[in-house]
Structures are given as structure tokens and as C-alpha cells.
Design a protein around this ligand. Structure first.
Ligand SMILES: [Zn+2]
Length: 80
């Protein structure tokens, strides 16, 4: 698991939809990657704020835009 892999799975991670294997990979990565801890934290808060203001689930296009923004940001300074 690297940063890009984590970003790809972040929605499923926050939704609790990952297999135990992937969940383990992500949690191991988060233990040693401060950047991704920050991203997961920020994304979780963003989703919580969204859920608090919208009764419906996060639309796919919003998820997609969030992913793209995160991938772009990570792409500029790859690590792990
Ligand atoms: Zn990372």
C-alpha cells in the first residue's frame, strides 16, 4: 500500500466497505504516513459536514472530484 493506493480506497475505507486485508494495509500505511492520516482525517470531516447538511449520501460526482483533487495533490510530492 502506498499513498496513491490509499487514496483510491479512501471512500471505501471511510464507508467501512473494505475487505479485512485492505483495511489492514491501509491501517499499516496510516501508522507510518502522516500525510495520509491528515488526508483521511480531512476527508472524514468533509464527509461528516456534508452528511450534516445534506440528508442524501455523498453523490458520486462529489466523491470523484474529491479523489481527483487528492490524487493531484499527492502526485506533486509522492512519498512512501
Ligand atoms: Zn501515505
Amino acid at each position: 500500500m502506498n499513498c496513491q493506493g490509499l487514496i483510491r480506497e479512501i471512500s471505501a475505507y471511510l464507508d467501512g466497505e473494505l475487505t479485512p486485508e485492505l483495511l489492514g494495509d491501509i491501517e499499516r500505511h496510516l501508522e507510518r504516513c502522516k500525510d495520509c492520516r491528515l488526508i483521511v482525517d480531512t476527508t472524514r470531516k468533509t464527509i461528516e459536514i456534508y452528511y450534516n447538511t445534506q440528508p442524501l449520501a455523498l453523490p458520486n460526482d462529489v466523491r470523484e472530484r474529491l479523489h481527483q483533487a487528492l490524487i493531484k495533490r499527492l502526485g506533486r510530492r509522492p512519498n512512501a
